[in-house]
Design a protein. Structure first.
Length: 413
């Protein structure tokens, strides 16, 4: 904790980036709770819930891999800033869906446009972080972001659940819009040198796109992380549908139930991030081992969660599952950052994000139907098996990975 706090205190750029990301995350959780409640209230269909989630992530799959060179060719700061401004405007589309028109068409349209506007934000954010913090602070900086996300999800999910239940979901969408405006302001305060001349001078667009794919294929650790992300994408879609379904339908608790479950989700993510900071830090071998083992533990508790019929037990199982996820998320980012040269890092992260979301698309479209057809318990076991295989695959490959030499991997340093 000391090292990460030191980064926050002494590095103004990291602090501004963190404040912007944190502000937008609060709004995202308000949106997540309200969107789940509005969709299920309007349609009463798990398949419709999956389709809304599909619409939100579809742009990342369809255009993400093909516009990924933009992240390396142009200012990452400008990409993040414009993404926030546009999303602040687009999120207000959910207002007519929930108040004026009572139509699920606006839910699908708003979700699609919101995903389109944010398709490059996370790759730009992840690729920029190694230029803002030192490499020996990088693992803990990622854990700090992940831990903060855990705290915010507890606050945002509970607050969003209360606002959606006792006032109206539309207020949650206004909070979300304001959060993007706050994030844009904080990002405008971040200052670092972005040397884009080399990429612009030597790379035509098609060549730049090809370089990103070549790096992802030839780089063994990066390739393994991307493949695992593709595999987990199927399970991740099931989790996104499972939580609002448990809160709204299985336990019949509406927005409050959804909010509590998402708050527990955040608590688990926070604890997992603290484990990374306390027990892993910048120790490369520990990072690789913890990453694989956490997938195995996550699998077990996901399968058990899908069997639960008691709310208290579901809360406990969800907590342990998300502790494992809280370890995976920062280590996934950290391992990909240190294994990828800075000059192609944005393209590799964009490819990782878009392929992961591509499989999530299929799971959104299919798992709502499969949950209704085969039941939550059976599909929970299937998804758990997928997560377990992700962990085993990674652990079996560890002997092929070596800690990268910073001077060889980060050519911009």
């Amino acid at each position: 904790m000391r090292a990460t706090n030191g980064v926050w205190q002494r590095n103004k750029n990291f602090r501004n980036l963190w404040m912007g990301k944190s502000g937008s995350l609060i709004g995202d959780w308000f949106n997540q709770v309200a969107l789940g409640q509005v969709t299920l209230n309007l349609t009463g269909s798990l398949a419709a819930m999956g389709f809304v989630l599909l619409c939100r992530s579809l742009p990342s799959v369809v255009i993400g891999p093909f516009i990924s060179p933009i992240v390396d060719l142009y200012s990452k700061k400008a990409i993040m800033y414009m993404s926030d401004i546009v999303r602040a405007i687009i999120v207000l589309i959910f207002f007519p869906a929930s108040i004026l028109m009572h139509s699920d068409l606006f839910l699908y349209l708003g979700a699609f446009l919101l995903g389109l506007a944010g398709v490059l934000f996370n790759p730009a954010h992840q690729a920029a972080l190694p230029s803002i913090v030192r490499e020996d602070d990088l693992a803990e900086a990622n854990a700090f972001h992940s831990g903060t996300a855990g705290v915010i999800s507890m606050i945002g999910a509970l607050s969003g659940g209360l606002v959606a239940s006792f006032l109206h979901p539309v207020f949650c969408f206004f909070v979300n819009a304001g959060s993007y405006a706050w994030s844009a302001y904080c990002i405008s305060q971040v200052k670092w040198i972005e040397d884009l001349s080399e990429n612009k001078k030597r790379s035509a667009y098609i060549r730049s796109l090809k370089q990103g794919f070549q790096e992802a294929v030839s780089n063994k650790p990066a390739r393994a992380i991307i493949i695992i992300g593709i595999s987990w994408g199927f399970a991740g879609g099931g989790y996104a549908i499972l939580i609002p379904t448990l809160g709204e339908i299985t336990f019949g608790m509406g927005g409050i139930g959804i909010g509590i479950l998402y708050a527990v989700d955040g608590a688990g993510m926070l604890i997992g991030a603290l484990i990374v900071k306390k027990l892993v830090g910048s120790h490369y071998r520990k990072a690789t081992v913890y990453y694989g083992i956490s997938y195995l533990i996550q699998a077990i508790f996901f399968a058990l969660l899908a069997q639960s019929t008691h709310f208290g037990l579901a809360v406990l199982l969800l907590l342990f599952m998300r502790i494992s996820s809280g370890i995976i998320v920062p280590l996934d980012t950290y391992l990909l950052q240190i294994h990828t040269p800075s000059k192609v890092r944005g393209r590799v992260f964009s490819l990782h994000s878009s392929t992961f979301m591509g499989v999530m698309q299929l799971s959104y479209a299919s798992l709502g139907f499969l949950f209704e057809t085969f039941g939550i318990p059976a599909m929970g076991i299937v998804i758990g098996v997928i997560s377990f295989l992700c962990g085993l695959t990674w652990l079996f490959q560890l002997r092929n990975f070596q800690a990268p030499v910073q001077s060889e991997r980060d050519l911009s340093s």
